[in-house]
Ligand binder design. Structure first.
Ligand SMILES: Cc1cc2nc3c(=O)[nH]c(=O)nc-3n(C[C@H](O)[C@H](O)[C@H](O)COP(=O)(O)OP(=O)(O)OC[C@H]3O[C@@H](n4cnc5c(N)ncnc54)[C@H](O)[C@@H]3O)c2cc1C
Length: 284
């Protein structure tokens, strides 16, 4: 008789949700994954980042842990970049999830208990959404604005000392940045901010002064003093819901996403064989 698979819902279709879902489908074939998200690409924070691999600091997460997640991510991406699949790396996440039997569903979850009884485990990669979904008031936005410009002659990245101004060439355009505004929830571009970015980038690279702007983009970095990657058992009216959290990547999600995805896969493996095991309650 075929053994029924463990049903896992991953909330969040940004970089963190998709990479976590892919990692689970690759490492835990006993699970079926459904990624449920209000938005997918191109409408997530992850679509705004130029995606430079650079260590970002999480003051309340151990430095050794941060270093090892960064290294795991760097090694993973370096391998892809040097493989024959490098040209298709951008579509790797979604196609990888689907080819491993996973599903994608576009909808907003207003109450995580709506998933109870349908899924065995919930993996929370909802970034800023965790504020409402899990009542975590320690997560907040850091608004970032960038400009995509047409400047095909720029072949190398340029970044100033404090990292506030940067020029990152990509496949189809060059990204100029940036801004960091703590606690700002608006995702509308600001004209003054765009002018400031252009001025600063022209100062670093004068050939950009006459450049044409393709679009202004804004993203809200899901920021927290410590990443939250842990098991959590929710209990309500005698019912129990197992959640594994993975959020709070702030301004460094690209740089550590694969390391954190692997950590979640390991945590998930711990809850699968003993689904009725009682773990410590939420630390919030
Ligand atoms: C301007 C800018 C530049 C950056 N540059 C870099 C860089 O160079 N290097 C780097 O490493 N990082 C960079 N980052 C940071 C990086 O983009 C983030 O760390 C990363 O995108 C966070 O990914 P995420 O999946 O956690 O969040 P998101 O991309 O925000 O995804 C969250 C997902 O959850 C979904 N969701 C939320 N609530 C719910 C709900 N209730 N129900 C269903 N779905 C829900 C959303 O729809 C979304 O799909 C930058 C960010 C910005 C804004």
């Amino acid at each position: 008789m075929p053994v029924e698979k463990i049903k896992v819902a991953v909330i969040g279709g940004g970089l963190v949700g998709l990479s976590t879902a892919l990692c689970i489908t690759e490492s835990l074939p006993q699970c079926t994954i459904t990624v449920i998200s209000e938005e997918f690409s191109p409408n997530t924070t992850s679509d705004v980042a130029a995606g430079c691999l650079i260590p970002h600091s999480y003051p309340d997460t151990s430095l050794d842990q941060q270093k090892s997640w960064f290294k795991e991510t760097f090694d993973y991406l370096f391998k892809i970049a040097n493989s024959s699949e490098a040209g298709e790396a951008g579509i790797h996440l979604i196609s990888g999830i689907k080819s491993n039997g996973g599903y994608l569903e576009r909808r907003k979850i207003n109450n995580v208990w709506d998933l109870h009884g349908i899924y065995d485990v919930v993996v929370n990669c909802s970034g800023l959404g965790s504020r409402h979904l899990f009542g975590d008031h320690s997560i907040y936005p850091v608004k970032g604005q960038v400009l995509e410009v047409n400047a095909p002659w720029i072949k190398h990245f340029i970044r100033d000392g404090d990292g506030n101004t940067y020029i990152y060439p990509g496949i189809s355009c060059v990204t100029l940045g940036g801004t960091r505004q703590n606690g700002v929830w608006s995702n509308l571009p600001n004209e003054q901010a765009s002018k400031g970015i252009l001025d600063r980038c022209c100062h670093l690279e004068p050939s950009l002064c006459e450049v044409s702007v393709i679009q202004e983009k804004v993203g809200l970095r899901p920021t927290r003093s410590a990443l939250r990657i842990e098991k959590d058992i929710l209990i309500k009216n005698g019912k129990q819901l197992t959640v594994v959290h993975n959020y709070g990547h702030g301004g460094g999600g690209y740089s550590i996403h694969w390391g954190t995805a692997r950590k979640v896969s390991k945590l998930l493996q711990e809850v699968i064989p003993l689904p009725h095991n009682v773990y410590t309650k939420s630390k919030l």
